[in-house]
Ligand binder design. Structure first.
Ligand code: 2BA
Length: 109
């Protein structure tokens, strides 16, 4: 068995959850916060049999788009201003950041 951890953008989360449930995956959706942008994103926990991992990854790929996002500059309070960029920078976020972990034991009481 594997545990899939997928960090996705909030805009994709409902569509992804519906697609997972339609395909008989069990999933838990958690509200999370990205360390870099410090803005909300969504983390899915999906426990599944090894042979269904690829199907879950396909569904994640189909339902999560990458998007451009503007990052506002943070002024270097009392720090080194040499690397300070005084205008917003566009970065690409997502579609999804995915980890596939082995599960030692699965219990459902
Ligand atoms: P954030 O940490 O808020 O990162 C949002 C986006 O900012 C990233 O998109 C990436 O394009 C950019 N970014 C992140 N760290 C950066 C850095 N040090 N320098 C320059 N740009 C940087 P994604 O790569 O698609 O990541 C989306 C979200 O997935 C992340 O939100 C974070 O919540 C999660 N994530 C990504 N990689 C991770 C990892 N190795 N471990 C845990 N969570 C991760």
């Amino acid at each position: 068995m594997k545990l899939i951890l997928a960090v996705v953008q909030d805009q994709d989360s409902n569509r992804l959850l519906n697609a997972l449930v339609e395909n008989n995956f069990r999933a838990t959706k958690l509200a999370s916060t990205g360390g870099f942008l410090k803005s909300g994103n969504t983390t899915f926990l999906i426990g599944t049999e090894d042979i269904r991992v690829q199907k879950a990854l396909d569904i994640i790929k189909e339902n999560c788009r990458s998007r451009e996002q503007l990052v506002a500059p943070v002024s270097p309070m009392g720090g080194n201003a040499d690397s300070y960029v005084p205008y917003p920078v566009e970065i690409e976020v997502g579609g999804a950041t995915v980890f596939v972990l082995p599960v030692d034991q699965f219990m459902h009481f």
